[in-house]
Structures are given as structure tokens and as C-alpha cells.
Ligand binder design. Structure first.
Ligand SMILES: C[S@@+](CC[C@H](N)C(=O)[O-])C[C@H]1O[C@@H](n2cnc3c(N)ncnc32)[C@H](O)[C@@H]1O
Length: 350
């Protein structure tokens, strides 16, 4: 938080503290989902109904028009997140129930973070008179994924390409790390009228680690009237129509597109014969893969290689490999396995 922002927030907080009312207010951070009524949760609707004041970005307010008749409406522009949080706090101090609406989930690049920053700055604690409720919503990565198939069935991460508050080298390092580690990636805020080059840089970084034909899905305005879905590849993704309301889903090295569906395998084929359900040689149902932690430890211990050589081979820190090699050997007897059986089974189930 910069000094100017800090001063503005402190001034607003002081004024709010001075006319402190005894009546307890409430702030509800409401994720309204992608934008269609059907995909808003019952609690989100009830929270909006319960509120006397609705605060949000104009577009989000428009998405809930039918729920807000007769309430005080405070519309703010895109860049006024802190103002929205300060307004919410001021109203709550006056005993109002305030719904701060965010698209998707309020905790995913939404209003939850800035609101807590403002509240803590003002000396608020969870024991204070003002109650804060976070109402979860389906985030763009869930809703966009649902529209294109099952792209997030294995490890994934979200990265925002917005450099309005985050330095580019930080974003670039995260993109590079995610691409290198073979995460499926959901890119939020991929492009705007002014920010057109960030998506090209993201493509360049990903191409350093992934095949040009890696599947990519671009979902614009998911579950809204102008919804548009495009399947493309990493190489060609920047030729597509991408904007402020798009989420870009980049597959990992196993993701495929078949019959119009983007799918990232969960990994069953590494252990099972998908045709007949039997396990491959050397694998057991309900047990870690032969290349899981225990199998891997055996491999590196018997390799005769140094920690430095293994570090290069596996792309892991030499200090980690050295510590692992030095650690006690785990109890891998059938009795120990038996004790952990139920836990293993729970961990492996969907
Ligand atoms: C400031 S972030 C807000 C994210 C939101 N809190 C969420 O959980 O989805 C805005 C970005 O979310 C993504 N987004 C939000 N709603 C979307 C929708 N209906 N369809 C596609 N992408 C969406 C876009 O990447 C957009 O640039």
C-alpha cells in the first residue's frame, strides 16, 4: 500500500471511527458467480436480499438488478476498490448491512482482500461490533472450465496478467515457474484496451517450456449473454479474440481436446489399464505409484549419484536432495502399510 493510499484510508477511517454508532453493522463480501442467476448461490441471493446497501462495480450491480430494488446502491468504477471498501466500512459503522458484490468469488482477485486491508487499518478485529461474512461464489476458473470440459482435473494455478498493482517481473517469474512445473494455468485479466502485450509475453514464456500445440481454451463472458468459447493452441492463442472478460485456460503436457472437450487426465492411466481396470505391472491399487515418494527415494538412494547430479536430473534444489538422502529410511513394511490403508484409500478417492 503506498503512502497516498494509506493517508486517504486513514482519514476515512478516522472519520468513520469518530461517528461510531452503537448499532452493529455487517459487511457481506458476496461472490455472485459468473453473472447468470442460475449460477449464483442461494446464500449470495439471501445476502443481497438481507442488505440495506449494495456496493459494487457498475457491471456487477447490473448483473443483480432484479435483486436490489429499494436498496441504497453505490456504484463505483473499476479502479475504486479501496473506495468501495471504505464506503462499506463507513456504512457498517452506521449500523447498515452492506453487500459488497464481486463477480465470481470475492476472495479471488476480488473485494475480500482490499476490504480486510481497510478494516485492519481502521483497527477492526473479528471480535468488533461489525460482522464480516464472506459468501463464496463460483470463480471464473470453475465456470470457464465447466464450459470447455475438464481442464482442471490435475494440478492447476491462477495467474493474473494485470500489472496495475503487480510488477511485471513478479508476474513473469510466476508464469515461468508455472509453465516449467507443468501446471494447467488459468490466466485472469489477460488483456484490456491498454494492456495488450502481456498476453504475448505470457505466450513467449510458456513456449519456452511447452509444445506449441498445447491446447488452450479462451472463454469470454462465461454464462452471460455474449458468451464465446474458442479452442486454440499455445502457439496461436494471441490471434484469438481476448479481452477484459476473458479467461485463458492453458493445458499441461497431458491435456487434450477431443470432440470439443478439453480434458486434463487425472493420472489413472499411469496406474491402471483404462480398458479393463487392472493395474500395470509394479503398481498396486490404493498405494503410491512405483514412482511415488517411496519408490523415488529407493531409486535415488541406489543410483550412486551425488545430490548435485540428482538435483540437475530432477530439477530440484540440491539442499532438498541432500536432506532427503540423509533422512531416516521410512518404515515400508506390510504392517505399516496396513495401518495407513484407510488413509491412503481416502486420499486417492475423488
Ligand atoms: C478482477 S478479476 C475478478 C475475478 C472474480 N472475482 C472471479 O472469481 O472470477 C476479473 C477477471 O476475471 C475473469 N472473469 C470474470 N468473470 C468472467 C466471466 N464471466 N467469463 C470469463 N472470465 C471472467 C476475467 O479474466 C476477468 O479479466
Amino acid at each position: 500500500m503506498n503512502d497516498a493510499m494509506h493517508t486517504t484510508m486513514s482519514a476515512a477511517m478516522n472519520s468513520a471511527n469518530n461517528d461510531a454508532s452503537k448499532k452493529p453493522g455487517k459487511i457481506m463480501l458476496v461472490g455472485i458467480g459468473p453473472g447468470s442467476n442460475e449460477h449464483m448461490t442461494a446464500r449470495a441471493r439471501a445476502a443481497i436480499a438481507e442488505a440495506d446497501t449494495i456496493i459494487g462495480y457498475v457491471t456487477y450491480i447490473r448483473l443483480v438488478t432484479d435483486l436490489i430494488e429499494g436498496k441504497e446502491i453505490i456504484k463505483k468504477s473499476m479502479t475504486e476498490e479501496l473506495d468501495r471498501a471504505i464506503e462499506a466500512y463507513e456504512r457498517a459503522k452506521q449500523g447498515k448491512k452492506v453487500a459488497l458484490v464481486s463477480s465470481g468469488d470475492a476472495g479471488v482477485y476480488g473485494m475480500a482482500g482490499p476490504t480486510f486491508e481497510v478494516l485492519f487499518q481502521a483497527g477492526w478485529t473479528p471480535d468488533s461490533d461489525i460482522e464480516v461474512e464472506i459468501v463464496p461464489g463460483a470463480s471464473a476458473l470453475n465456470t470457464c472450465a465447466a464450459l470447455v470440459g475438464a481442464p482442471l482435473t490435475h494440478d492447476f494455478c491462477a495467474i493474473s496478467l494485470s500489472d496495475l498493482l503487480t510488477p511485471w517481473p513478479v508476474i513473469a517469474r510466476r508464469l515461468n515457474a508455472a509453465a516449467d512445473a507443468d501446471f494447467v494455468v488459468a490466466l485472469y485479466n489477460p488483456k484490456s484496451g491498454r494492456r495488450t502485450r502481456q498476453i504475448q509475453e505470457a505466450r513467449r514464456l510458456f513456449l519456452a517450456h511447452r509444445r506449441p500445440d498445447t491446447p488452450v481454451a479462451i472463454v469470454k463472458s462465461a454464462y452471460r449473454p455474449k458468451q464465446r468459447i474458442e479452442f486454440t493452441t499455445l502457439d496461436k492463442m494471441t490471434e484469438c479474440d481476448i479481452g477484459m472478460l476473458s479467461t485463458v485456460l492453458i493445458g499441461n503436457s497431458s491435456t487434450f481436446v477431443r470432440d470439443g472437450l478439453m480434458v486434463t487426465p487425472r493420472g489413472y492411466a499411469s496406474k491402471y489399464d483404462v480398458e479393463n481396470g487392472g493395474t500395470h505391472a509394479g503398481e498396486q491399487a490404493g498405494r503410491s505409484l512405483s514412482t511415488g515418494l517411496n519408490g523415488w527415494l529407493e531409486t535415488i538412494r541406489s543410483s550412486g549419484k551425488t545430490a548435485g547430479e540428482l538435483a540437475v536430473q530432477y530439477g530440484l534444489p540440491a539442499s532438498y536432495i541432500a536432506a532427503t538422502l540423509a533422512a531416516e529410511i521410512l518404515d515400508e513394511t506390510p504392517e505399516a502399510d496396513q495401518e495407513n490403508d484407510s488413509e491412503n484409500a481416502a486420499g486417492a478417492s475423488a
